[in-house]
Design a protein around this ligand. Structure first.
Ligand code: FES
Length: 138
């Protein structure tokens, strides 16, 4: 390999490595920030037709600024307001994630940012079930 080509290739690899490192650091930094979301304490009755979506795996609904998801084995509750510019995220069963319609931000069910510009994770909540009543708090 000629010296000129060696230097060219080395610079290209170096630049690619630096871009990867920056993306990785940004991603870690986002999820090390304090999760954002309202403080709540409310109940949902699963026997009510208004909450029927939660009776099947993959079902979800939004209430009191929180998205509640039936994961199939449990319930997850995640803040609804995107940490980027405040749009409402919605659950996507196909990706098992929360998606923001405004700038394609994505979050996992633990509230962590997995894609897009959101600068911080979403707050998650404790869900307890007593009979047909779910209590969401945090
Ligand atoms: S407001 Fe959610 S990604 Fe921009």
């Amino acid at each position: 390999m000629k010296r000129r080509n060696f230097i060219k290739n080395s610079c290209g690899l170096c630049a690619a490595g630096m871009v990867s490192a920056v993306v990785l650091l940004e991603s870690c930094d986002k999820n090390s920030r304090t999760p954002e979301g309202p403080t709540v304490n409310f109940t949902l009755d699963l026997s009510s037709s208004a909450n029927a979506a939660l009776n099947s795996a993959g079902g979800s609904l939004a209430s009191n600024g929180v998205v509640i998801v039936n994961t199939g084995s449990d319930f997850a509750a995640i803040a609804q307001r995107c940490t980027h510019e405040g749009c409402s995220v919605a659950y996507s069963a196909s990706g098992n994630e929360l998606r923001c319609p405004c700038h394609s931000g994505k979050f996992d069910l633990n509230g962590n940012v997995t894609a897009g510009p959101p600068p911080a994770p979403l707050k998650t909540y404790t869900v307890t079930q007593n009979g047909t009543v779910l209590t969401i708090e945090g």
